[in-house]
Design a protein around this ligand. Sequence first.
Ligand SMILES: Cc1cc2nc3c(=O)[nH]c(=O)nc-3n(C[C@H](O)[C@H](O)[C@H](O)COP(=O)(O)OP(=O)(O)OC[C@H]3O[C@@H](n4cnc5c(N)ncnc54)[C@H](O)[C@@H]3O)c2cc1C
Length: 137
Amino acid sequence: MIATVQDRSLAEYTTFGIAARAERLVRVASVRDVIDVLARVGTEPLHILGGGSNVLCTHDVRGMVMKIEIMGRRVVREDADHVDVEFGAGESWHDVVSWTVENGWGGLENLALIPGTVGAILQSRAHPQRRWLHLTR
Ligand SMILES: Cc1cc2nc3c(=O)[nH]c(=O)nc-3n(C[C@H](O)[C@H](O)[C@H](O)COP(=O)(O)OP(=O)(O)OC[C@H]3O[C@@H](n4cnc5c(N)ncnc54)[C@H](O)[C@@H]3O)c2cc1C
């Protein structure tokens, strides 16, 4: 079972570095971990944290903070015109955009330098390109 830490400072997990404390913190590295946490959390408040670049903690956080650290990059499908790639939600968004550029795959390059993780970006409605992005895990 994945370990939960009680009363943990969030300073190192947010870019503002504010030392608000999470009542409980769990770091998940796989989909199985996420399922495990969801099965245990019950009615406790659950907060999802990616790279912490868009979160400003103004007070301690009640309940469980689930820090997403699911890594992974893989080509799902490729043909002459398209390539479908899949990333773990905890991957750095800018790093995976750079990776697609290094591989010669066009389409995401205008979204370079946005801070944060893949999973959080997929929640954003800011980009018209979002239609190309699908949340699969
Ligand atoms: C300097 C700067 C420039 C930016 N430029 C842009 C820009 O050009 N375009 C743009 O759209 N945004 C921009 N942003 C906003 C920011 O990059 C996005 O909000 C990004 O998605 C934050 O990623 P994060 O991993 O740090 O998320 P966090 O700050 O950790 O979380 C942000 C929100 O997403 C939720 N979340 C995090 N991970 C997940 C997940 N895996 N599944 C579900 N929900 C999740 C959190 O619960 C929280 O509500 C900018 C931010 C900064 C600080």
